[in-house]
Write a protein that binds this ligand. Structure first.
Ligand SMILES: [Fe+2]
Ligand SMILES: [Fe+2]
Length: 153
């Protein structure tokens, strides 16, 4: 498969963005006070590493098989309230900041994929990018769900 010049430029930007996501989630996991949130950030960081791999493969002319990982997302959907009325207000504030910061990057990245999908010509490449975009939306939804359970919204 040969990528067009435009596709190559877009995918290189996407690769950089995904690398930033890995760093962002690794750091967020290290800083998170609630162990549940730490685990969520670690899981998302693994997804972001997969995204880097997928985009890198496409840039190298290899089209990966789109994974079916419907079970994988289940663990990111159930949270219990860690921050109740007696919770440490500073810790809650810090974890809220981490969540908002990560949601911001997901919003940005979702926009990047939206742009990519409209510019890509190869159907199989598109399917891969669509799959990643769906995962980015799930990341945002999981964090929002966590925030909702913990009275952070
Ligand atoms: Fe990603
Ligand atoms: Fe993401």
């Amino acid at each position: 498969m040969i990528l067009t010049e435009k596709e190559t430029i877009l995918l290189k930007d996407t690769q950089t963005q995904e690398q930033l996501c890995v760093q962002k989630y690794t750091k967020a996991a290290a800083k998170a006070k609630d162990p549940q949130l730490k685990a969520l950030f670690e899981e998302i960081s693994e997804d972001e590493q997969e995204h880097v791999k997928t985009v890198t493969k496409i840039l190298n002319g290899v089209i990966p098989v789109v994974p079916s990982n419907t079970d994988k997302t289940k663990s990111k959907e159930s949270f219990t309230a860690y921050y109740d009325d007696n919770a440490d207000a500073t810790a809650k504030q810090e974890d809220t900041y981490l969540c908002n910061d990560c949601i911001d990057i997901e919003k940005y990245v979702a926009g990047v994929y939206n742009n990519n999908i409209f510019s890509c010509q190869d159907r199989q490449v598109c399917e891969n990018l669509n799959h990643i975009q769906k995962e980015e939306q799930q990341h945002g939804a999981s964090i929002l769900n966590y925030m909702s359970v913990n009275g952070m919204l």
